[in-house]
Design a protein around this ligand. Structure first.
Ligand code: 5GP
Length: 257
């Protein structure tokens, strides 16, 4: 990892130059942040679990025809992805009121929305990712009309698919955040899904108990973050028996990937 050329370090991932032009390596860290990085911590093994969960979801999305940046998982913490120009708009899809929607509009957390709700935020750490309207996106040129239309279309399809996927393993998909990028292919510029999909950027509630199985455990000091993330992975069939974080840490200690 260290011999590669670092391109960018974010809160949960580091991006390195990939082996071929047009490729990037995403390295998943154990760092956890919340409230625009005012709260910081380390969740041992989070990077490993998120790398595997995101691989699983992106592979499934490829199978249903959602264009995305994922190429292959390289190691416990690394995946090879297509290099894209990230569109600076976070797309949030909500099925049940929670988090900032509940705070902003006074809607009780847990209220089922009559239909899925899409929101856009301007991706800016300095400004704390403020909520914006489509008009802001177009006025400031953060994305064009076609890109907005495609992001919205893909976001609803991803929501349909993931809601079913999680329901099948006894989990409610409350809300989640997506990021898209521009992939330049010759004359063409394609809008494709990028970043990651993991319990860091989704709200996932156990259908029977209502237990939170996502980053709200960290944000709200509930504890048991890694057990919850691992349970999501286990139900997805990714970690059938072995404790993947222990495997990873054992290997890392030996200087392997
Ligand atoms: P809220 O707006 O309620 O804070 O978040 C809505 C959903 O989007 C939650 O599932 C949350 O995890 C996700 N989300 C929103 N902004 C971010 C972000 O900057 N990073 C991550 N990891 N997730 C986010």
């Amino acid at each position: 990892m260290s011999r590669r050329n670092k391109l960018y370090e974010g809160k949960a991932k580091v991006l390195f130059e990939g082996p071929e032009p047009g490729t990037i390596i995403q390295y998943f860290k154990d760092d956890a942040t919340a409230f625009n990085a005012q709260k910081k911590g380390t969740l041992q093994g989070k990077g490993v679990v998120n790398n595997h969960i995101s691989e699983y979801i992106f592979t499934a999305l490829t199978d249903i025809g959602i264009p995305n940046h994922f190429i292959e998982r390289l190691s416990m913490r690394e995946q090879l992805v297509k290099a894209v120009e990230i569109i600076p708009v976070e797309v949030i899809v909500r099925n049940i009121a929670a988090g900032s929607l509940s705070t902003r509009l006074g809607i009780e957390e847990g209220t089922h929305l009559p239909r899925p709700l899409i929101e856009f935020c301007y991706k800016s750490d300095e400004l704390g990712d403020p909520l914006i309207a489509e008009e802001h996106v177009l006025t400031f040129g953060w994305a064009n009309e076609l890109e907005l239309e495609e992001m919205t279309h893909y976001a609803f399809r991803i929501n349909d698919f993931l809601s079913g996927l999680f329901a099948g393993i006894g989990i409610k998909l409350v809300d989640f955040k997506l990021e898209f990028g521009r992939l330049y292919e010759g004359e063409e510029c394609l809008t494709i899904l990028a970043d990651e999909i993991s319990p860091d950027g989704c709200r996932l509630w156990d259908m029977e108990t209502g237990e939170k199985m996502d980053k709200d455990r960290f944000r709200r000091d509930l504890g048991g973050e890694m057990e919850a993330y691992q349970e999501v992975a286990r139900r997805l069939g990714i970690l059938p028996s072995a404790d993947i974080t222990e495997i990873a840490d054992h290997k890392n200690n030996k200087g392997q990937k």
